[in-house]
Design a protein around this ligand. Sequence first.
Ligand code: SF4
Length: 223
Amino acid sequence: MSEAVPIGGYLPVSFIDWAGHVAPVLFLCGCNFRCPYCHNGDLVEMTSGRLDLEVILEDMKKRSVFLDGLVVSGGEPTIHEGLPGFLSSIKSETGLDIKLDTNGSRPDLLGALVGKSLVDAVSIDVKASWSDYPRIVRGYGRPVSESLELLRSSGIPLEVRTTFVPDLMKIEDLIDIEKQIGPDVRWVIQLFRPGETLDPSLRNGSVPNIEELKKRFPGTILK
Ligand code: SF4
């Protein structure tokens, strides 16, 4: 099971990765996008070490009474065809609810997870206006749009996240993104942070103007 779905990182507890939940986070290796601002280069390039799922399960089982759920993140979890079996095993071993973090590029696999009730909440990234996806993430927007539609109609608790990177996008791009997300969804604008980004040219990149974002998107969560 753990061979098919490589685990590159494990955070035993987080208070910020699933709103209102105390939850460990599993980071799966590999990604099919190449966002220049990504801080998880070791996961994306699959250069991180591999962790043993059995050891992690034992740890979670011991502490399950104190946990509200588990976050499965990446990299991009849905690139792994074994993900449904992987999540099913974790659920039956730990009894924990699972939130999936995804870039939305695999509506087929996401549909299977939702159909089998293997995820209890989803955070999906909407990283750009659909037509701008190739420039921003080196991937395509159409599958992400399908995933978003699927999740919106599923009724599953949903969060949409957009990383605002001033060196790559304008406030007007965020306005387009807000329109394509649609109403009545929890939308989080993540603020770009310089650091060890996939694209070295962004390592000292500009940071967002928080006051301007607050003015233009009142009520939207900035993180
Ligand atoms: S930020 Fe982009 S490249 Fe990095 S893990 Fe997420 S989708 Fe992949």
